[in-house]
Design a protein around this ligand. Sequence first.
Ligand code: ADP
Ligand code: 5GP
Length: 211
Amino acid sequence: MKRKGILVIVSGFSGAGKGTLMKRLMEMHGEQYALSVSMTTRQPRPGEQEGISYFFVDTETFEKTIGENGLIEYASYCDNYYGTPRKYVEDMLEQGKDVILEIEIQGALKVKEQYPDALLLFVMAPSAEELKRRLVGRGTETEEVIRKRLIRASEEAEGIPAYDAVVINDDLDTCTEELHQMIRSAHYAVSRNLSFIDTMQNELKELAKGE
Ligand code: ADP
Ligand code: 5GP
């Protein structure tokens, strides 16, 4: 039986540690996962690499890609566009990989409409105070941007009930393994094995006829 890939959405407030977790997950278990690289109109942070962190584009290119139906979803977040290129996700799922989208909540809900079987995980820092400490400590945003992101976090918190599970990123390695185990377990869900179950039911019926 061909293994079917699961589409996994990882969301969380800015500064919760999503990017750090995804990097660790790929280091530990990269053979199983395909991490989607998003397109964005935001400026690169120091150290971010084109095609690895994001595809950094201008607004015109982004809107052109929307027009060509090249994105599975897109959203506006704190004055910039972010979107998920379609082709990579479709190709990797086809190859049986678990595809990870590290995206915000509006996009997550749009993906869920198209892929009802998607697994939605929400990453949180251990406390709001620690979240702010991490966001400030990262040192990549101005005070004004940090303020906007924290306001956005408080709005996003309202959407958490749409997710399947919440993970607390306290110790990085523990949280990485928790994410990995959740994704592994999701493969066993009845809802993700309907075609195998159907085949087995039909085979059993045939077998019963012969008895
Ligand atoms: P996000 O992608 O969710 O915005 P980042 O991965 O950039 O967050 O992490 C924000 C900051 O928090 C970074 O400086 C990162 O090094 C730090 N960080 C991430 N995970 C942890 C953790 N488990 N414990 C302490 N600091 C962490
Ligand atoms: P950042 O600017 O910190 O890299 O990302 C800001 C927010 O945009 C984060 O919540 C991140 O998960 C989200 N994001 C990144 N890529 C995408 C995407 O392709 N689509 C959507 N909807 N959100 C994204």
